[in-house]
Design a protein around this ligand. Structure first.
Ligand code: C5P
Length: 271
């Protein structure tokens, strides 16, 4: 009979593996040799940007042998509620709940606790909510055996200098991103969502173990759509991403699983 250690490189990513290993492949135990495609699989998050639970279930059905991370955002969560998460989690997948919390510290702490109780593995909040809000979010997770990874959003990529100025901020988006990232780090945040343009700066600021999630990914030749700051999967990893968020290049492909496989191969080569 083959030794389990011989089989390990070929075992699929397992949803029940400890959360730190899922979130930051650098934490994977030295005894576990992971095949590059499975390493890539732990870093690819598919955005379920659909308006209802049936659409989400159909995508997960088509992708679940290929992908293990799914992002649920405002549109789907508002339409379908927390129940939409249950079948995804029950099948052992990981959920990134992208609701970008921004409220008074007490309310955000409560929302973070509620999200943790749902069993999600990553969730977002706005760094511009301030240090007290970010600290309260972190404190809300204290004592949990498997807390979700908090990810701070710095400046929305839809905000250019004139949009920032209209809100009273006379800095460039890049300077504001850096200020908010430093503030988030001081408040204990160890994960960020950012565009490819800011990835290298954030990686340098946050250090090698921080979780850096990058959307705006387009494989070479894919439709750009409304994204402005884009990178290929390989470029995003080289810029310092730990995880990539990909929506339409996978979800609107004629064969979603094949599109995801091709992205995974590109990622595996870059790792
Ligand atoms: O379809 P596409 O690959 O552009 O989807 C990207 C996903 O990442 C969407 O869910 C989008 O809301 C999200 N996102 C983004 N840009 C940001 C933050 C999040 O595209 N700056």
């Amino acid at each position: 009979m083959e030794e389990i250690s011989e089989l390990l490189p070929f075992l699929p990513y397992h949803g029940l593996m400890p959360i730190p290993e899922r979130l930051n492949p650098a934490f994977a135990s030295a005894a576990t040799v992971i095949h590059p495609i499975d390493e890539a699989r732990k870093r690819l998050i598919v955005a379920l940007d659909v308006p209802d639970a049936a659409g989400a279930a159909s995508l997960v059905d088509r992708l679940e042998d290929t992908c293990t991370w799914f992002k649920v955002g405002l549109e789907l969560f508002t339409a379908a509620g927390p129940a939409v998460l249950e079948p995804i989690l029950r099948r052992g997948h990981s959920v990134f709940l992208d609701l970008k919390f921004h409220d008074i510290p007490n309310t955000v702490a409560g929302a973070v606790r509620s999200a943790a109780a749902l069993g999600v593995h990553m969730l977002t909040l706005h760094a511009s909510g301030g240090p007290a809000m970010l600290s309260a979010a972190g404190a809300a997770l204290e004592g949990l055996a498997h807390p979700p990874q908090l990810l701070a959003v710095t400046v929305l990529t839809s905000m250019d200098a004139s949009q920032l100025a209209a809100t009273g901020i006379d800095r460039t988006p890049a300077t504001q991103v850096e200020l908010l990232a430093r503030m988030g780090l001081s408040a204990g945040i160890r994960g960020f969502v950012c565009s490819p343009r800011e990835a290298a700066t954030l990686r340098a600021l946050a250090g090698p173990e921080a979780v850096l999630v990058i959307p705006g990914i387009r494989p070479a030749g894919a439709a750009i759509g409304d994204q402005k700051r884009i990178a290929t999967p390989a470029e995003a990893l080289r810029l310092g991403a730990s995880h990539l968020v990909v929506g339409r290049p996978i979800t609107q492909a004629p064969d979603a699983a094949a599109a995801a496989e091709s992205i995974l191969r590109e990622m595996a080569e870059a790792l």
